[in-house]
Design a protein around this ligand. Structure first.
Ligand code: 5GP
Ligand code: MN
Length: 335
């Protein structure tokens, strides 16, 4: 994989471009994709953003979201675009299988593939150009860096700023995680001078839910949360019946895994949700516990050091048993 800087001179020639992100895109994946979209369109390229799946309503407000294709709904048209594209950008994921049903197509097409991502263990041989930097707060920050490195900072509009800011806020836990460097704050200051309305973005991201979601969180904290003080660990196991009862939709469970981190001394929080096709895990840790390694070893997943995800194919009950065993095996690291 060649350095991302090497494609900057090639930006001058208009090209057909497809931008992709991981399945069930969050604010960072969607924000980075749309920020890059607006920039490349302004540079004269012909650009389409494709999401592997649907996304949460709390990213729907982003400028350009209405033009994003959902691969699961528009496979044929999306495949055609992919087969004919010159460039493929891969944002906020680093291995094709994170794009679910799109993965096979992405691996098969013959075009220039460009990675911009901040997760661990990238599949670099799959990409022609790119940057993979786990020290970066967010892929949005990396898209910002890319535009600045291209010497095109003046092309960052208020719309691009909203997309970038949303991803930075989401992936830094509103500027609290260790990844929130001085550069992150400088980026925000720069976006402010370009017209960013940060209050509006916070409203869209955090004050944009229905009553049912809050009732659901109450139910989970009251009845589905177990604290293992001996292991400084919290587990929340959410059965399908809760999702049905509270009419939970894509995105409604975002942020839930962070709440138990407010309990004194907790090092690891695990959330498992009984989805139709799999039991989906989220892990969050503080300090020295490596969630990426834990998710990879036990739950076919990965991510970052302090935030990762994974899956189990067995029943919720068996997935929980597996977790408890894994927790016991990691007793030393958790104490
Ligand atoms: P979340 O818990 O918010 O869904 O995910 C936390 C982090 O782990 C995100 O950066 C996400 O991209 C990553 N992640 C979530 N699920 C998976 C997975 O199944 N495999 C891998 N490799 N990463 C994941
Ligand atoms: Mn991200």
């Amino acid at each position: 994989m060649k350095a991302i800087q090497e494609i900057i001179p090639l930006l001058a020639t208009p090209r057909k471009v497809v931008i992709t992100m991981h399945q069930k895109p969050d604010a960072d994946a969607m924000g980075a994709s749309l920020a890059l979209y607006h920039f490349l369109v302004a540079k004269g390229h012909s650009v389409q953003v494709i999401s592997p799946t649907n996304w949460a309503q709390w990213v729907d407000w982003m400028p350009g979201a209405e033009k994003v294709m959902n691969y699961e709904k528009e496979k044929q048209a999306a495949d055609e675009l992919l087969e004919n594209t010159d460039w493929l950008f891969c944002l906020d994921y680093n291995i094709f299988h994170r794009t679910k049903y799109m993965a096979e197509k992405l691996a098969a097409i013959n075009c220039t593939k460009i990675l911009i991502d901040h997760h661990r263990e990238p599949d670099t041989p799959s990409f022609d150009y790119g940057i993979s930097d786990t020290n970066k707060s967010s892929t949005c920050e990396m898209v910002y860096d890319f535009i600045k490195a291209a010497g095109e900072g003046e092309k960052i509009t208020a719309a691009i700023g909203e997309c970038i800011y949303a991803g930075v806020v989401a992936d830094t836990g509103s500027f609290r995680f260790a990844s929130t460097t001085a550069s992150v704050h400088q980026l925000v200051a720069d976006l402010k001078t370009k017209g960013l309305d940060h209050e509006k973005v916070h409203g869209f991201l955090f004050d944009n839910f229905l009553e049912n979601r809050l009732r659901f969180i109450g139910q989970v904290l009251q009845n589905r949360m177990e604290v293992f003080y001996e292991y400084n660990t919290v587990l929340m196991a959410v059965p399908k019946s809760d999702l049905v009862k509270y009419e939970i939709k894509t995105g409604d469970t975002e942020g839930l895994v962070n709440i138990p981190q407010s309990i004194q001394g907790i090092k690891l929080v695990a959330l498992v949700i009984d989805r139709d096709e799999e039991r989906k895990w989220s892990f969050r840790s503080k300090g020295e516990f490596n969630c990426n390694q834990f998710a990879r070893k036990y739950f076919e997943g990965g991510g970052h050091f302090n935030a990762a995800g994974g899956r189990s194919s067995e029943s919720l009950e068996d997935a929980v048993k597996k977790f408890q065993k894994a927790m016991q095996e990691n007793k030393e690291q958790l104490q």
